[in-house]
Design a protein. Structure first.
Length: 366
């Protein structure tokens, strides 16, 4: 058989134009898909939660659980310079309107670096009659970007490590509660009968429980621990998954493809695993995303009340609680952790709404 060696004809201009249009069409398609992404929620989520949680050791400049008492309540780096007052050690000088300070207090202030004696080297011990310059308001330092708390711990480092703690606790709670709720919801919706009755009564009991009360009881008996937060969140969240999954399963088990699977000899377990569960994945993902912000807020609230994560762990709720008594003079102690909670929960909720519109067929049709 002879092999043809004739040259392949070159593509016509029409074919080349069609190929270029196809490539351009693919690029335009990807551009449209990227523009449809919720860029603002994703950016906030990356900046305040995901990136700090993954690279906490690389981002945080200081130890998040240890501080320096000499650097306590340092304001943010961009705040103004130091403010000081001049006093006299145990000797009132009414002519110059200078106040009096005890010798013991003067020695302590000099020792910790909050004061210095006029005309003497730094750190020199004060004597009666010396003029003492005492710092009453310390200026910001580039060493601490967002300032320090009352224990001298860097707020920026604690916020960064707090993001990891919030993400890990939230994902663990959502995974455990989602698994339990999904399994019970599928069983209740598919089999019905007494199984459905028992599961739904347990759901009603779970929804009627006061989370704060249980958290306070656990904290009083076992002490504040991370396990308490997981127990409380799982007791509350699994019922939401179970109720939603049950309703979806009731609608799916009446579909024709389920009847064909029974006729084909598929077992009950195979039908639930291979035919019902895959059709519930989108609903579960949307609910889990929406619950992520709720769990972060719940964990922060329990830690704020002292029933959640214990000290000295860098939990955002603990940081807000530590600064509530200092909100007038040292506003940054509570402000920046609260800002992190605000932006994180807002971004997660916006992302959940976007996923619901994209993954829910009813929402897409509307």
């Amino acid at each position: 058989m002879a092999i043809s060696t004739s040259p392949v004809p070159a593509a016509t201009p029409a074919e080349e134009a069609e190929a270029s249009v196809g490539t351009g069409g693919k690029i335009a398609h990807w551009v449209r898909e990227v523009r449809r992404l919720p860029l603002l929620p994703l950016s906030l989520l990356l900046v305040f939660l995901i990136i700090p949680a993954i690279f906490a050791e690389l981002i945080a400049p200081h130890n998040a659980r240890r501080g320096d008492l000499d650097d306590r309540l340092v304001p943010p780096a961009w705040s103004g310079g130091k403010m000081s007052v001049r006093t006299v050690v145990e000797k009132v000088n009414r002519e110059n309107r200078q106040n009096e300070v005890k010798l013991s207090d003067a020695e302590r202030n000099v020792r910790i670096g909050d004061a210095s004696v006029v005309g003497k080297p730094e750190g020199a011990a004060p004597e009666v009659g010396d003029q003492l310059v005492t710092v009453i308001k310390q200026g910001g330092s580039t060493k601490y970007l967002l300032g320090t708390d009352k224990n001298g711990m860097d707020i920026f480092s604690r916020i960064v490590h707090g993001a990891r703690l919030a993400l890990v606790v939230s994902l663990m709670a959502i995974f455990v509660s989602g698994f339990i709720g999904t399994v019970l919801g599928i069983l209740a919706g598919y089999f019905g009968g007494w199984i459905d009755t028992v599961v739904m009564r347990l759901v009603d009991m779970s929804l009627s429980i006061s989370l704060v009360l249980i958290a306070l009881v656990l904290a009083a008996t076992l002490g504040p621990r991370i396990e308490n937060v997981l127990i409380v969140v799982c007791l509350f969240l699994w019922s939401r998954y179970a109720r939603l999954v049950r309703g979806e399963t009731l609608a799916l088990k009446t579909q024709d493809f389920i009847a064909r699977s029974r006729v084909a000899g598929a077992s009950q377990f195979r039908i639930m695993l291979r035919h019902i569960f895959p059709n519930l994945v989108n609903t579960i993902i949307v609910l889990a995303t929406l619950q992520l912000g709720f769990v972060i807020l719940l964990e922060a609230g329990l830690s704020f009340l002292g029933a959640g994560i214990p000290r000295p762990n860098p939990a955002w709720g603990l940081m807000v609680a530590d600064g509530r008594e200092l909100i007038i003079d040292s506003w940054w102690v509570s402000f920046f952790p609260g800002l992190a909670i605000l932006f994180t929960v807002l971004s997660v909720n916006l992302l959940g709404d976007w996923l619901r519109d994209r993954l829910d067929p009813k929402q897409r049709n509307v």
